[in-house]
Design a protein around this ligand. Sequence first.
Ligand code: PLP
Ligand code: COI
Length: 361
Amino acid sequence: MPLSFEIQRNSDARTDEQVAEILRDPGFGVHFTDHMVSITWTKGQGWHSATVKPYGPLTLDPSAAVLHYGQEIFEGMKAYRHEDGSVHLFRPEQNAARFNRSAARMMLPDLPEEDFVEAVRQLVEIDARYVPAPEGEHSLYIRPFMIASEAFLGVRAAEEVTFLVIASPVGPYFANGVQGVDIWVTDEWARAGQGGTGNAKCGGNYAASLIAQYEGYEHGCTQVMFIEATGKDRVEELGGMNVFLISKNNELLTPALSGTILDGITRDSILKVGAEQGLIPVERRLSAQEVFDGIADGTYTEAFCCGTAAVISPISGFKSKRGEWRPQGQDFRRTIEIRDGVLDIQYGRAEDTFGWLSKVV
Ligand code: PLP
Ligand code: COI
């Protein structure tokens, strides 16, 4: 039986003028909408108390397991406004399915996909005025997450868990994204190892990536790219994005899903849109040295990173302790074509031939 949601409207919601002011320059993840969704799971009772309620602080016991052992997962997705005013989600069932794969890895309960999608739809519908107009790639970023809320310090799977959804109107994640970002390739830090949590979307992965990201900042880079933990030089992904290369032979290359990287929904969409644009999708093992050498000898002409938050950003260069490499492709031409191909579907400017959009209002 699908869950039914109790709606508690926020009597202190922002005025339309206040919302318009936020939407003029939303930033990323700094402003939140008037409501949030909360659903509770308890062992024995399962999922219950599905509520749309005013956005606000949570009450958690200081011994709540999530605060100590990090039993937590999350998702990132967006709602897009089309020119005709309608609002659409992009492949939400994919987020729901990945959420449950992450839940299984972290010993959190399965949330039926239809309840996950309905929770997101409820929030987007009630706070639809926060979905910005499509100009400047603005959208409503949606953050579903699940936390071990049980008050208990023993190390075991929590028997009380809370699922929440919050939403934030956003502009581009990278201020100068389309101009290209420089990526630091760390030889020192690893993000994930075989059998670890690299392919789950859990908070600890991001905490573990920060030290490398700051190493990247010290070298003038915006993001960091990780290579496999065992030191065999296989390229994995960035702290919060997947990575692609385009070759002079029209190959669209990305590291194969190895169990240690996140199976990005943008990644999967790009492989499909790229193929439609005449590129040859290739998912395989790529070594960092091969990437560096291939850029140097002109085999790889473009590189880009991608994710829901980051959209698709050209990579202007890779830097590492071993040197610096800059793809020589003209003006990121193919990257921009792929980027436009994906964004045009998301914003309803191109026909949704893959059936990826799901209309909310
Ligand atoms: N890799 C990591 C580590 C991420 O956090 C994300 C963002 O969600 C991605 C890749 C891209 O995934 P998606 O395209 O589903 O947003
Ligand atoms: C997303 O793209 O949704 C993410 O979760 C990545 C994060 C760096 C914001």
